[in-house]
Design a protein around this ligand. Structure first.
Ligand SMILES: Cc1cc2nc3c(=O)[nH]c(=O)nc-3n(C[C@H](O)[C@H](O)[C@H](O)COP(=O)(O)OP(=O)(O)OC[C@H]3O[C@@H](n4cnc5c(N)ncnc54)[C@H](O)[C@@H]3O)c2cc1C
Length: 469
C-alpha cells in the first residue's frame, strides 16, 4: 500500500523529488526552534500546481495525511510531520517562480515557494515595494507567510499578510485546483474564500500561488532608536508619532533591557548606538519626500518627546547601512534568545492602551511564581503585539525549565492577556504549540464554527491534522 503510494508519487514528481532516506528527510523534520522532531513517510517536492494536485489526490486515495511546508521557519510546530512515519511532507520550495508583476495594478503574482525576500526583490526591481518584512525573510516562503497570516515589522502601516493578499490559487483537500488569483481590490461576489485559507496553517488546503499588493517605493526612509524609562513613555511617543507622522510612520518596535543585553552577549559585533535602558524604541518613517525632509520631521517628533521627558538618548541613522544596522539589532533578539537556550514564547496581542498595565502585572506575577525568572520582552508595540518570552533563571537548565514551568508561565501570561481583551497568538499561529490552549481562550461558538469549516473543506481530515484544532 505504502509502496504503491511512493511509486505513484515518484511517477508524479520524479524519483529525485521523493525523499525517503533519513538523512535527506532530516532538514524537513525538525522545526526551527528544535522543539518538534517528526518522522515523515516521505518528503515530496512538486514543481507545479498540477503536481501538487496530483500528489494530494494520491495521498487522499491512500488515506495518507499531508503536511505542507515552506521555509520551515514557523515557530509553533505547524510545518513538521508527526513522529508516526506515516505522513507525507509536501515541500513547496521548488515552486518559486514570480509569475507576473502588473505595475499599473500594483500587484505581484508568485508561486507559494518563493522566498519572501525574492518577492521583495522582484518588487524592488520594478521600482515598487512589497512591504511584508520579517527577520526570517531570507528563508520563509510566501505560502508559509499566507498560511500563518504573518505580521512582521510593517503591519502598522501596511497590515499583515491577509491585508496584502488579493487572490490565491489553492489545491483543495480532494486535489482540485481553485484558481482565485484575482488582482481586484473590490469583489463582493460572496464569501471571501481566500481569507479562509489565509491563516489556516495548512489545515484546509495547499496554497500554490498568490496575488499580492505592491506599493510605490518610498523616497526617504529614516530609522531612529530612542530610550525610555517607562513603557508608558514609549506609548506617549507612539501616540505623538502617529499624530505628527501619520501614515509615514511605518515601524514602531520596543525592546526591553534584557533583549538588548542578550544581543550584546551573543552577538557582540552588533552595534548598540544608545546605552541599554529599561526600554528602547525603534521608529521608522517612510516618506514620499526626500530623506532630508523626512529626517526633519522625525527629528521634530523626537524633540517634542524629549521635551516631554518620554525619551532620553536618541540616535537617527545617517544612511541606509546604519538604518539596516538598527533593524539588525532588533531582529537579532530571537537568535540571541535561541543562543541563550530554550525559552517559553508568548506571541500576544493586546489593545495598545492596555500594554503598560499588562506588562507591570504579568512581570510581577511571574517573578512571584518563578523566582529568578528572566523576561525577554520585545515586539511590535505599534500593532499591540509583544513577544513576551520567559527565559530560565541564570544557571538553570533551559530544557528542564521549559518542562517544569511552561504550563504555569502560560497560565499566568494568557490569563492576564484574556483579562485585557487580548489574543494568545498575534502573528505566529497556533500549530501544535497552542492547540490545546486555544479552547480555554476562544469561545465555544468560535471553535464550533472553525470545526464546521474544517469539516466542510477537509471531511477526511487529511490536511495537516493535529494542528490548530
Ligand atoms: C528569526 C525569525 C523571526 C520571525 N519573525 C516573525 C515575525 O516578525 N512575524 C511573523 O509573523 N512571523 C515571524 N516568524 C515566524 C515565521 O517566519 C513565519 O510564520 C513565516 O510566515 C513562516 O513561513 P515558512 O515558509 O517558513 O512556513 P513554514 O514554517 O514552512 O510553515 C508554517 C505553517 O504554514 C503551513 N504552510 C506552509 N506553506 C504552506 C502552503 N503553501 N500552503 C498551506 N500551508 C502552508 C505549514 O503547514 C505550517 O503550518 C519568525 C521566525 C523566525 C525564525
Amino acid at each position: 500500500m505504502t509502496t504503491d503510494l511512493l511509486h505513484a508519487l515518484r511517477h508524479c514528481v520524479g524519483d529525485r523529488h521523493v525523499l525517503t532516506k533519513a538523512q535527506d528527510r532530516a532538514p524537513f523534520e525538525l522545526d526551527w526552534r528544535k522543539r518538534w522532531q517528526g518522522h515523515a513517510l516521505a518528503v515530496v517536492q512538486p514543481a507545479s500546481t498540477a503536481q501538487v494536485a496530483e500528489a494530494v489526490r494520491l495521498c487522499a486515495q491512500h488515506g495518507v495525511t499531508v503536511v505542507p511546508q515552506g521555509g520551515n521557519t514557523g515557530l509553533v510546530g505547524g510545518g513538521v510531520p508527526d513522529a508516526s512515519g506515516r505522513q507525507v511532507l509536501l515541500s513547496l520550495r521548488r515552486m518559486n517562480i514570480v509569475r507576473h508583476i502588473d505595475a499599473d495594478n500594483l500587484t505581484l503574482t508568485a508561486e507559494a515557494g518563493c522566498l519572501l525576500q525574492q518577492a521583495q526583490e522582484a518588487a524592488r526591481q520594478a521600482g515598487l515595494m512589497f512591504p511584508l518584512s520579517l527577520a526570517s525573510e531570507g528563508t520563509c516562503t510566501l505560502g508559509g507567510n499566507l498560511a500563518t497570516n504573518a505580521g512582521g515589522t510593517q503591519v502598522l502601516r501596511f497590515g499583515n499578510a491577509r491585508d496584502l493578499c488579493l487572490g490565491l490559487e489553492v489545491v483543495t483537500a480532494d486535489g482540485l485546483i481553485w484558481d482565485g488569483l484575482s488582482g481586484l481590490r473590490k469583489d463582493n461576489t460572496g464569501y471571501d474564500l481566500k481569507s479562509l485559507f489565509v491563516g489556516s496553517e495548512g489545515t484546509l488546503g495547499i496554497i500554490t500561488a498568490a496575488t499580492l499588493k505592491l506599493f510605490p517605493a518610498p523616497r526617504g526612509t529614516i530609522t531612529a532608536l530612542a530610550t525610555c524609562t517607562e513603557l508608558a513613555d514609549a506609548l506617549g511617543l507612539l501616540n505623538l508619532a502617529r499624530r505628527s507622522l501619520d501614515a509615514e510612520l511605518t515601524g514602531f518596535e520596543v525592546m526591553n533591557a534584557l533583549s538588548r543585553s542578550l544581543v550584546a552577549t551573543h552577538f557582540p559585533s552588533i552595534r548598540q548606538p544608545v546605552p541599554v535602558a529599561p526600554w528602547t524604541v525603534l521608529l521608522e518613517l517612510s516618506s514620499t519626500d526626500e530623506d532630508a525632509v523626512a529626517r526633519d520631521r522625525l527629528t521634530a517628533c523626537l524633540t517634542v518627546a524629549s521635551d516631554q521627558g518620554w525619551i532620553h538618548d536618541a540616535v537617527l541613522a545617517d544612511n541606509l547601512a546604519q538604518s539596516q544596522g538598527l533593524w539588525h539589532l532588533r531582529e537579532s533578539i530571537s537568535m540571541a534568545q535561541a543562543a541563550e537556550g530554550l525559552n517559553i514564547k508568548h506571541d500576544i496581542a493586546l489593545p495598545v492602551s492596555a500594554i503598560p498595565d499588562f506588562v507591570a502585572h504579568t512581570d510581577a506575577a511571574l517573578a512571584a511564581a518563578i523566582p529568578g525568572v528572566r523576561l525577554v520582552n520585545f515586539g511590535h508595540l505599534g500593532d499591540g503585539n509583544l513577544h513576551y518570552n520567559v527565559q530560565a533563571p541564570i544557571g538553570a537548565d533551559p530544557a528542564r525549565f521549559l518542562v517544569e514551568q511552561e504550563a504555569l508561565a502560560n497560565r499566568i501570561v494568557y490569563d492576564n492577556v484574556a483579562a485585557r481583551g487580548g489574543s494568545i497568538s498575534a502573528e505566529h499561529g497556533i500549530g501544535q504549540l497552542k492547540r490545546d490552549t486555544l479552547p480555554t481562550y476562544r469561545s465555544p461558538i468560535a471553535l464550533q464554527l472553525m470545526r464546521q469549516v474544517k469539516q466542510a473543506l477537509d471531511p477526511q481530515g487529511l490536511m495537516n491534522p493535529g494542528r490548530l484544532l
